[in-house]
Design a protein around this ligand. Structure first.
Ligand code: ATP
Length: 252
């Protein structure tokens, strides 16, 4: 079956002003992200992965080029259109967990639902289901600081999923977690992907990268290469890890 792009970037560039000079973080990049894929983005520190994720998800503006979401051009959206797009179509899991410290876990999870104008009863039901499936059902009344890092990251994922987004972006979602919690978070992302949501994850971790259907390597703000896997072939994790290692180190 032919894959359909959910996001297309055309001739995409992002430059930052640093002093009197311009730094080109993303350079004339063309990329399709496919619907239903678990896409993993890897690359050296500073190669432009987070910058790319921010532009693909409408969280940051582009310096040049075009970004399309399901054939709609989003880089020309007004601030109002962008916030509606971000609220309804995408979920974002950040590198740092950044829950609101003064709100309970439940309120953190449900807030984007209220902002998107969902019905209160729907939001509550969805939040309860998400918390149950993520093993944080008893934590709703606590403040983030009263829960563990792993529980906070799972709450951040529940928050990203509360509006049933078509696509979930995750920037190093396991970076601050121990092995066990990191593994649980990857299982959740794999599950939601199997249930039809597209996932785009940036990671430095080879084991996490094994979850990919398609791996994109970014080098100096450009595409360095692609690696594709069969979604349902989960028996050869060791082979996959060696392939990813060879792919990534071959590009260094
Ligand atoms: N706001 C900014 N102003 C100036 N330069 C920036 C800004 N944000 C990022 N950069 C620079 O752009 C380049 C790409 O940054 P980016 O955060 O996208 O890299 P990354 O691949 O995600 O890195 P890491 O793996 O370390 O998170 C880096 O050299 C960074 O210093």
């Amino acid at each position: 079956m032919e894959k359909k792009p959910i996001i297309r970037a055309k001739n995409l560039s992002k430059s930052y002003n640093s002093g009197s000079e311009q730094f080109h973080a993303i350079r004339n990049l063309d990329l399709d992200i496919y619907e239903g894929d678990f896409t993993v983005i890897m690359g050296n520190s500073g190669s432009g992965k987070s910058t790319l994720l921010y532009m693909l998800s409408g969280l940051d503006n582009v310096t040049a080029g075009e970004v399309y979401f399901q054939d709609q051009r989003i880089d020309h959206y007004t601030e109002k259109e962008l916030s509606e797009f971000r609220s309804k179509k995408i979920g974002y899991i950040y590198q740092s967990i950044n829950l609101v410290p003064d709100l309970s876990i439940m309120d953190n999870i449900t807030l984007p639902g209220y902002i998107a104008g969902q019905r209160k009863s729907n939001i509550k039901k969805k939040a309860d289901n998400l918390m149950k499936s993520m093993g944080i059902a008893g934590q709703g009344g606590r403040l983030p600081a009263q829960t563990s890092g792993g529980q906070q990251q799972r709450a951040a994922i529940a928050r990203a999923l509360i509006n049933s987004p078509d696509i979930v972006f995750a920037d190093e979602p396991t970076g601050s977690l121990n092995f066990e919690h990191g593994h649980a978070v990857l299982d959740i992302l794999t599950d939601i992907n199997r249930n039809g949501q597209s996932v785009v994850m940036v990671t430095h971790d080879m084991k996490a990268a094994c979850r990919a259907d398609r791996l994109i390597y970014i080098r100096d703000g450009k595409i360095g290469g692609f690696l594709e896997f069969d979604k349902y072939d989960t028996h050869h994790t060791q082979d996959r890890e060696s392939m990813i290692f060879a792919f990534v180190t071959g590009k260094e």
